[in-house]
Design a protein around this ligand. Structure first.
Ligand code: CTP
Length: 416
């Protein structure tokens, strides 16, 4: 039986959220202007509060224009719509993001001071606060700043570690404003349901490469995008994720332990060992089914045209996990198909002894290799269910939703 699911708007959990963006006095304030732009492009409502020192670096006009909202600076502004701003601003927001956060602002917040608008807003707020420290590396490593940051973390503030590199003062060390990517990831985690919290999840992604000679290998067209989306979304939903990745052109996902492998044998060694402690293993990797029987130490010359390359089969890692599975481990496989999708999904579900098979149509223009969208069929012991055409990120979220329903309905062999 195939059930179609309504297509929801494909949007990130940030869309429609309201962020109170505190900017303090650091040379990195100009980078914060770019972040406001990133947020508004994702339809996040941004209201900026600047300290006096921040205005020495970037004009409030810049932040006003980029956010599309008036910028708040003065605690004693008497304009009617600004009275009680220190209380009202956080009531109207879902989260406070302070970037860059200077040593001075960090000290202020750690000591609960209320001597400027931003510090007062934070003190009066009952919403999550995210801090992005940026300063000279000696200031950052000073015991006073370290103690203040620890204290803020103990109070439940989210502190994103500063990056290392050459600082504006010319010194090298920790103190640079973190990359936008890690800040966005923190915000996504903050606003995602934590329904995978406590789960240990192994995700495999990408192709494998089976070497033939020093110059050549056998591989396939997998980009790794689906597997990386699964790893990212699981981490956002609170899981502890290990990503085992074949060679892909994607950056390692922020905050996720990523193990790079080349061959199917290397992937097998990692996955079999990691699976022993995992609650869920999801095999999105396109593992090469065959490898050259013999690796040639010297490059095969074109003069040897007519050479026959003998192939041998790689171990089916998923089937091996299915045979040796422990109760309580949930196994999810993928099926890359060009025809008989549903039938092949059920065959792989049975033959590999897994709980769920995600069937991919590799021929579709919007579902095949190296695209950002997918339309999959979920096949499990209860039947099959087709998801609509969605981004790979949204498809990944729907796969996790489905895994959680399997868990709730007790359909799994041992339960997650
Ligand atoms: N898989 C695996 N090890 C292999 C081959 C495949 O673990 N040596 C896993 C894939 O990661 C995927 C699932 O098995 O989760 C199905 O892979 P797919 O390539 O669709 O199918 P095959 O098992 O190779 O079968 P067929 O060639 O008949 O389609």
């Amino acid at each position: 039986m195939t059930v179609d699911v309504d297509q929801p708007a494909d949007r990130s959990v940030l869309t429609g959220k309201r962020i109170l963006f505190g900017v303090t006095g650091s040379i990195a304030a100009f980078k914060a202007a770019g972040w406001v732009r990133e947020l508004t492009a994702e339809s996040v409502g941004v209201t900026v509060v600047m300290t006096g020192a921040a205005e020495r670096f970037v004009s409030s006009l810049t932040f006003g224009a980029l956010s599309g909202n008036p910028v708040y600076r003065d605690m004693f502004d008497e304009a009617p719509d600004r009275l009680m701003a220190h209380i009202n601003l956080s009531r109207e927001a879902d989260c406070i993001l302070i970037a860059p956060a200077t040593a001075q602002t960090i000290a202020r917040l750690a000591h609960g001071m209320a001597d400027d608008l931003l510090a007062t807003v934070v003190l009066a707020a009952r919403i999550p606060v995210v801090l992005c420290p940026a300063m000279n590396s000696n200031m950052l490593s000073h015991p006073a700043t370290r103690k203040n940051l620890r204290q803020l973390q103990d109070m439940g503030y989210h502190v994103i570690p500063a990056d290392r590199g050459i600082l504006a003062c010319g010194e090298e060390g920790a103190g640079r404003l973190p990359q936008w990517e890690s800040v966005r990831e923190t915000l996504l985690r903050l606003f995602s349901p934590q329904d995978l919290a406590g789960k240990k999840i192994v995700v495999t992604a990408g192709p494998t490469r089976e070497p033939l000679d020093p110059a050549r290998f056998l591989s396939n067209r997998s980009s790794g995008k689906m597997g990386y989306a699964l790893a990212r979304t699981a981490a956002r939903r609170g899981a502890e994720v290990v990503l085992v990745s074949g060679p892909v052109a994607l950056p390692e996902p922020v905050g996720i332990r990523t193990i790079q492998v080349n061959t199917a044998d290397e992937m097998r060694a990692q996955v079999v060992s990691l699976a022993r402690n995992a609650d869920i293993v999801i095999k999105a990797a396109a593992v090469a089914d065959f490898k050259p029987e013999k690796y040639r130490r010297q490059k095969i010359k074109k003069s040897s045209a007519g050479t026959v390359i003998e192939l041998e089969q790689n171990t089916d890692i998923l089937a091996e996990l299915g045979k040796t599975r422990q109760p309580g481990t949930l196994l999810v496989g993928f099926a890359a198909e060009s025809r008989n999708h549903e039938q092949e999904g059920f065959r792989k579900l049975r033959q590999k002894n897994v709980d769920l098979v995600v069937v991919n149509d590799i021929l579709g223009a919007a579902t095949g290799f190296d695209v950002d969208t997918n339309q999959v069929l979920l096949v499990d012991g209860n039947g099959s269910r087709r998801l609509p055409l969605l981004s790979k990120v949204e498809t990944a979220n729907r796969i996790w939703d489905h895994v959680l329903t399997l868990n709730d309905s007790g359909a799994l062999s041992g339960g997650v």
